[in-house]
Write a protein that binds this ligand. Structure first.
Ligand SMILES: Cc1ncc(COP(=O)(O)O)c(C=O)c1O
Length: 414
């Protein structure tokens, strides 16, 4: 037997596959000013009601935890699938039943499934010019060629989409899918109007491109109603995913996938995790079947209020030096600093000051085009935390770039 130095760690690291991602760092906890990621407000998790729901479902069905998927098969807990179908019908105009729903371990799992199902390295896909960083990272890791679709305040510009599709067709390229977050776009917070939804579907049909609709934030609208989901308008053209991460809690890791059986059956075949946590599914079904509307009303009212706190703090600290893109719901604010500020240069000094933010280039198909943009999550920090953090951001930005010139910080520092 070969000698192994038991103090030197794993003896076979040299055998790790060559194409593994870079190793993860040890978790060192949250810095004091934490504005990244898609976390929720800890004070708005209904812990008491969730505990009651957990007690109820364990008493009623806990014995079935002895069986993978509780004996209900790989699509997920029927009570939750029925809840999802009813919610989608009521709020998103989608005509489906629990049989059309697959519960996933977070909606990110749905993104992986669609990539695996429809695309291979070297294939071209269409993605909103600014989009969810987690999806962009996945697409890049898979070696997909990402073509960005230009956005305006209402989402994808249809004239630009038409030009892109025609240009690709002229080169003999049919994108493998079009990934869109039409309802509370991440990161810009826009809602695609109905006429653009119809136009998008018509163009996608004309050019033979499946539409992959990610509605991670569509529960968290304020004020305005959103037009029906793309899936509601053309179920045979669209794969739809959603999540309980934003409407309830991301640590539960529960999302859903809705599509025609020909797609769903492929997704089920790709689900290799032995089933999404059944207790989480049962608790969500139990709690949301009784409290969804009240919970969402309270959550969105608080989130909109915290957004206002952030906007006000940005106005105070940055004045005219910041352009904010008011989201129509959700948990993020997308903002732009003057063109001569490259936010990538702020990352290290901000981290040294205990502040982290999502730099625009990571949320963009074209890093350079987003070099002056950043995304701040207003859900997790407290109101005071938002104000303190924006003050620190303004100070760091001023120290590095001389902007904002008229910051309250500058005056305070004098
Ligand atoms: C647009 C979008 N899709 C999907 C996800 C993945 O969410 P989860 O896997 O927690 O459901 C996120 C997370 O922030 C997101 O912003």
């Amino acid at each position: 037997m070969a000698d192994v130095d038991s103090q030197a760690g794993f003896a076979y690291s040299g055998l790790f596959a060559a194409d593994l991602p870079a190793p993860a760092g040890r978790w060192e906890g949250f810095p004091p000013h934490y504005f990244i990621g898609g976390n929720n407000d800890p004070t708005l998790i209904p812990t008491g009601a969730l505990a009651e729901a957990a007690a109820t479902v364990l008493a009623r069905e806990g014995a079935n935890l002895a069986i993978y998927n509780m004996g209900h098969g790989p699509q997920g807990f029927p009570g939750l699938r029925d809840f999802v179908a009813a919610k989608l019908r009521r709020r998103r105009g989608i005509d489906c039943t629990g049989d059309d729903v697959l519960i996933t371990s977070g909606s990110g799992q749905g993104i992986d499934m669609v990539c695996r199902m429809l695309a291979a390295p070297g294939d071209t896909i269409l993605v909103e010019g600014f989009s969810y960083g987690g999806a962009i990272t996945r697409f890049r890791k898979l070696g997909l060629k990402i073509v960005g679709m230009p956005l305006d305040a209402d989402g994808i510009r249809m004239d630009a989409l038409e030009t892109i599709l025609a240009g690709l067709a002229a080169q003999g390229i049919t994108p493998r899918f079009l990934y869109t977050i039409p309802t509370i776009q991440n990161p810009t917070g826009s809602i695609l109007p109905l006429d653009r939804r119809h136009r998008l579907l018509a163009l996608a049909l004309q050019y033979g491109v499946p539409v992959f609709e990610d509605e991670c934030y569509s529960d968290l609208l304020w004020g305005e109603e959103a037009p029906p989901a793309l899936y509601a308008l053309a179920p045979s053209q669209v794969i739809h995913i959603g999540s309980f991460s934003k409407s309830l809690a991301p640590a539960l890791r529960v999302g859903y996938f809705v599509a025609d059986w020909s797609v769903l059956s492929r997704a089920i075949a790709l689900k290799s995790d032995g089933g999404t946590g059944a207790l989480d599914q049962m608790v969500i079904a139990e709690y949301f079947s009784a409290h969804y509307t009240a919970h969402i009303e309270r959550l969105t009212a608080e989130l909109e209020d915290k957004l206002e706190v952030m906007e006000e703090a940005l106005r105070r600290e940055f004045g005219a030096a910041v352009e904010t893109f008011r989201p129509k719901g959700g948990i993020f604010l997308w903002l732009k600093l003057p063109d001569n500020v490259d936010v990538r240069k702020l990352i290290a000094p901000a981290a040294a000051a205990g502040l982290v933010f999502n730099a625009g280039p990571e949320w963009s198909c074209d890093a350079e085009a987003a070099k002056s943009y950043l995304r701040l999550c207003f859900a997790m920090p407290s109101r005071e935390g938002i104000e303190d953090g924006v003050r620190v951001l303004a100070r760091v930005c001023f120290e590095q770039t001389g902007i904002p010139v008229r910051s309250a910080n500058v005056e305070n520092a004098r």
